[in-house]
Design a protein around this ligand. Sequence first.
Ligand code: NAD
Ligand code: TYD
Length: 356
Amino acid sequence: MSILVTGGAGFIGSNFVLDWLAQSDEPIVNLDKLTYAGNLENLASLQGDARHLFVRGDIGDSALLDALLAQHRPRAVLNFAAESHVDRSIHGPQDFIQTNVVGTFALLEAVRAHWGGLPEAEKSAFRFLHVSTDEVYGSLGPTDPAFTETHRVEPNSPYSASKAASDHLVRAWHHTYGLPVLTTNCSNNYGPYHFPEKLIPLMIVNALAGLALPVYGDGLQVRDWLYVRDHTSAIRRVLQAGRPGEVYNVGGWNEKPNIEIVHTVCALLDELRPRADGKCYREQISHVRDRPGHDRRYAIDARKIERELGWTPAETFESGIRQTVQWVLDHPDWVAHVQSGAYRQWIHQHYAEAAA
Ligand code: NAD
Ligand code: TYD
């Protein structure tokens, strides 16, 4: 038996692959296009490991999908592949529609054809797990209850709209064709291998480089934060015991305003890698122009996955963020390698506009 994972060279996908193979000998076929966000260095520890087969390719490539499914006959397909950065989706939504909507459609069609041809026992055991985000639910007011699985879908950014569209396709493939799907909608992740264009890793690497820490607007936007390995454990649990057709919200019960996150990162760095001049990293904070259409608050009600599947996060925010800062300090080569020419160009273009 094996599973097929898409997007397994990205932040969450690579953590999932590493965690899976640390706990099981069931092989993984890992299909990833290796966009700017895909990084085989995340999987370097699996070099020579016969349980991990990496295939470079696009989830929109139907012929490749048909061949991989026919050859490996996975018992499950887990879809992590996506364009995932809100700011990039604002600058250029095309890739988001292409991968997140059209790509998911192509993947669903290939999986449906494969699943339809399986013998009955394999067919009923098969699962398609779609990894999605809490951002599909839109933005909450300060006192609104957290998102449940039945909250209205009200995406506000090109990224969240494309993810919501993919969630709808997944749902429809279950209702119309009976494909045994599972969907997870998770809050903001952080942890090892996080690409430094997202808030937490960007703040850590900028602080260490002596650069400005760009906080959008007033910094009082709220996100719920989950350590990435808690997300991967939730996905394993949903794959194992989730009911086909169901949606599971995944969150860390850690609602925090952005500015508090940045202060926490600064305080940890003050302790673990003090500035040479003895000053606090907080002095590097700079408020810049807000993100257009910026969602004010996300909050996840994760009681369903706890009640039905017994999953709860293992890390507190305090333990998870400390490990994350330490991980970046311990992996200067990884950071240096992802900060390629293309990365520098994005940072220059995006933050030059925000400062204007
Ligand atoms: P990421 O951007 O770090 O990684 C995405 C991966 O998908 C990369 O390896 C990339 O090369 C690959 N990819 C992109 N387009 C592809 C295509 N057309 N075909 C094959 N591979 C392709 O993203 P992430 O943060 O690891 O997120 C993974 C999934 O989890 C996404 O679906 C995202 O929407 C969802 N999610 C992310 C978060 C978060 O906080 N990062 C939270 C909830 C849900
Ligand atoms: P991000 O990590 O891009 O995740 P998402 O937009 O998917 O929640 O951003 C998290 C929060 O941090 C979001 O409210 C935007 C804010 N932010 C900043 O204030 N400055 C930054 O440089 C970045 C990248 C994000």
